[in-house]
Ligand binder design. Sequence first.
Ligand code: SF4
Length: 119
Amino acid sequence: MVIHELLDIETAGATADDLAAGTGISGPAARRAISAAARAPVAGAVRTHRQARVILGNPALTVYDNPRAFLMRVYNRDRALCHRLDVSDTPRPDRCRPSCANVARTDHHADQLLQQAMS
Ligand code: SF4
């Protein structure tokens, strides 16, 4: 198991915390992000590699944070615009397209994007 797979669960869990605190979420994948957050395991609930593999095998939880693009993606390969020219099965942040159907942004991402645009 590689560390970026574990971060997927952390991103879903962090999104759940943000939503519970009243943070809004928008974008084409917002509904799927909310669903992933609702299904995210609570901190400490994943104690074995087997438990982690079962959760990570659930495509509904494939949430990745992309702080450099001020967004998160709820990954669905069939909807990913970064895969038009290759056969990779993982997101390609280096080819990220903001119009992708996998994009969701919390209010925090939107604030960061606005601050960058104004600087
Ligand atoms: S285009 Fe960007 S948001 Fe869409 S799947 Fe690829 S990396 Fe994720």
